[in-house]
Design a protein around this ligand. Structure first.
Ligand SMILES: [Zn+2]
Length: 211
């Protein structure tokens, strides 16, 4: 009882502080949103391979993990990954994970390949029979990826890819650049470059559905 006089001002201060903190902290842009992030290829399936041996499966995984972190740390989203290691997953099992997750969006991370080593550019795909929301997500992520890569615009396209066609939620597949271009392959060896790619995909997702 003797301490009551000291405790009361302290509680008043604490209450004031709490009020200030709760009114100034904005809720993150993707709070309440669940995203499935799919790193293309893996295990015995390397995907496209650069002239100096860099594999698509490994950079897809790095970008996917960085995207997961951006979505959680900056967006406040919930994220489920189809793979977090160098393992093979069939396209059907990726779709199964997505459709059983109850997620709001599906993002599949890929990089392109060509027999022509000079070829490079940025493209994002949604399903040919996809929803208006999937096309909008695709357009916004493509716009952001172009800002980041500065490469030729190969378009926001539709395609009949299995993971886009069979997922229930709006879904896109990103092909930010060509691993078979030697200059690009060198850039893709830099974890900072891969982080930026992920961050710009994140920004596109926020443009599409952020609060
Ligand atoms: Zn691929």
């Amino acid at each position: 009882m003797a301490n009551r006089k000291r405790i009361t001002p302290f509680l008043t201060m604490l209450l004031l502080f709490t009020t200030v903190v709760t009114t100034t902290a904005a809720s993150p842009p993707l709070a309440g949103i669940k995203v499935v992030v799919d790193a293309g290829h893996g295990g015995w399936d390397p995907g496209a391979v650069g002239g100096n041996g860099l594999t698509e499966k490994e950079i897809n995984l790095q970008v996917a993990k960085a995207l997961r972190n951006c979505l959680i740390e900056y967006g406040g989203a919930t994220v489920e990954m189809t793979r977090v290691n160098d393992v093979y997953l069939s396209l059907a099992s990726r779709v199964k994970i997505a459709n059983e997750s109850g997620a709001d969006r599906f993002i599949s991370i890929h990089h392109n390949g060509s027999v022509n080593p000079n070829h490079n550019g940025t493209a994002v795909y949604s399903a040919t029979n996809g929803s208006a929301r999937s096309h909008d997500l695709r357009n916004k992520v493509q716009k952001r990826l172009l800002q980041m890569t500065g490469l030729r615009d190969l378009g926001a396209n539709t395609a009949n890819f299995y993971v886009l066609r069979n997922t229930k939620m709006p879904a896109i597949l990103t092909e930010a650049s060509f691993i078979t271009n030697p200059k690009e392959e060198q850039k893709l060896r830099d974890p900072g470059y891969l982080w930026r790619e992920a961050f710009y995909i994140y920004k596109g997702i926020v443009d599409h559905m952020g609060k």
